[in-house]
Design a protein around this ligand. Structure first.
Ligand code: PFF
Length: 467
């Protein structure tokens, strides 16, 4: 017997599947793949524009609290569930709670991965297209009017953003088709170091701009008057989205972790590195925003109108601009790989489809739904639900509702149904790691703090209660 866990035995699970399950072959691969999922448009697009819209440093502080009290514990819980069950998000719950409705948490998570991909690929499409815009020189200008105009024109066109979105889907799909080790692990191992290097170059450039200090003040000097219930919900939603938790991505990735990996430690490393990337992205963007007289609350277009001006003002700016959008594309790719893997893992394991078929069906379905998100900026701009376009609706529904509710149920399940004994065994690798104090803190947070915080923030943010 390889490893006994919560009533099931991994060797039995593996026998059932006939061939050994693919997984991440190295500890480095575990980190790069997991970090690759966390780091994405969330850091370089969402985090800066949300910080800009919600008053800067105070929002960041609330966000950090959410990351530590909610995001991280949910991440550890998901990784534990995944590695224990060696299964995708839906099957994992079926194995831990047979004949109970808990598998619906996995179903909702898998649905969330479709919805996130639907709007994520719209933005990823813009980003990929900006690599070529940067190379061609159309956005090489320090005139904000011009960059604003270029962005508005390109996102409100019909065919080109759609074609870019479909290209992004095909590109990510082709990596997923290569498999877990040869696709996900190998690609993220190559891309993550490049991403860090490119980001550092951009930060250094932004910090040496005249007037950069205003941007840093905005980023690091809190103004708490901007914080409302809705802001806190936004910050919590961002923490879920950022760490890719609340929807089974980390269950799926956890199922590829080796049994020697130290799960709590890995999660902390990923959380810290991911937060660092967000702060660095803020340090690359806000100095430029203030140096060139932009407003920090420009919303989702912030990245596309300010960054070109930063690079246009420096020697060899075009090359750096291309590199920057390449960096964002790399970040987006790592995240999209993990989003696609959630349904693909389910289809291949549970329905026994080939990886090719599973990937094709998934990307075609996402393309169909995603088209409505992309066209929200042109032909479907006036189609609104609760005052939101398709694009905004998918974003709000996933980050602010599906992921927090998923996170709440996951913490409830692991702490109240599965219990400390099972957690302690799995998180300490059957007693071979001496991390009991860490496990105790995690257990306290996941049993009391996280579920209570998520519930209160959700109810308050949606207006059901007033704190
Ligand atoms: N964490 C990614 C980002 O910040 O861009 C987005 C994401 C990836 C969300 C995977 C959810 C997920 F399952």
């Amino acid at each position: 017997m390889k490893h006994s866990i919560g009533g099931i035995c991994v060797s039995i699970v593996q026998k059932e599947q006939h061939k050994p399950r693919e997984g991440f072959a190295t500890s480095l691969g575990v980190i790069t793949a997991t970090l690759g999922s966390a780091v994405g448009l969330g850091n370089i697009w969402k985090f800066p524009y949300m910080t800009g819209e919600n008053g800067g440093a105070a929002f960041i502080l609330v966000y950090l609290l959410c990351v530590i009290l909610v995001g991280l514990p949910v991440m550890i819980s998901e990784l534990i569930i995944g590695r224990t069950t060696q299964a995708n998000a839906i099957t994992a719950f079926k194995r831990l709670a047979p004949n109970r409705p808990w598998y619906l948490v996995g179903v909702s998570g898998t649905a969330a991965s479709f919805l996130i991909m639907a709007f994520y690929t719209t933005v990823a499409g813009w980003v990929f297209s900006y690599i070529f815009k940067a190379a061609s020189g159309v956005i090489s200008t320090t005139d904000p009017e011009v960059t604003t105009q270029v962005f508005k024109t390109s996102m409100s066109a019909v065919w080109s953003p759609l074609l870019w979105q479909w290209f992004v889907l095909l590109f990510t799909g082709s990596i997923i088709m290569l498999g877990v080790t040869k696709g996900i692990e190998r690609i993220t191992k190559t891309l993550m170091p490049i991403l860090f290097l490119l980001l550092l170059i951009c930060v250094i450039r932004a910090l040496t701009l005249p007037g950069a200090s205003e941007g840093l003040k905005f980023l690091f000097r809190p103004d708490f008057s901007k914080i409302t219930g809705a802001t806190i919900l936004t910050a919590m939603g961002l923490s879920f989205f950022k760490l890719s938790v609340g929807m089974g991505t980390m269950i799926t990735y956890g199922s590829y972790f080796g049994f020697r990996e130290n799960i709590p430690y890995t999660a902390v490393k990923v959380m810290l590195s991911d937060t660092l990337v967000s702060i660095l992205a803020g340090m690359a963007i806000f100095p430029a925003v203030f140096a060139f007289g932009f407003k920090p609350d420009a919303g989702p277009s912030l990245l596309f109108i300010t960054i070109p001006t930063v690079f246009a003002s420096m020697p060899l700016g075009n090359i750096f601009m291309v590199l920057f959008f390449l960096l964002v594309s790399i970040a987006a790719t790592g995240a999209m790989i993990s989003l696609l893997e959630v349904p693909v893992a389910y289809f291949t394991e549970e329905l026994k489809w080939s990886r090719l078929k599973a990937t094709l069906v998934t990307i075609i379905s996402i393309a169909l739904v995603g088209t409505t998100a992309t066209l929200s900026f042109s032909t479907l701009g006036d189609t609104k639900f609760f005052d939101k376009t398709f694009f905004d609706l998918y974003d709000f529904l996933t980050s602010n509702i599906l992921l927090p509710v998923g996170g709440l149920l996951i913490t409830y399940f692991i702490a109240w149904k599965w219990g400390l004994k099972n957690i302690a065994r799995e998180a300490s690798n059957n007693g071979s790691l001496s991390n009991q104090p860490v496990i105790n803190i995690y257990f306290f947070i996941v049993r009391y703090l996280a579920p209570i915080a998520i519930t209160l923030i959700l109810l308050n943010g949606l207006g059901f209660i007033k704190i």
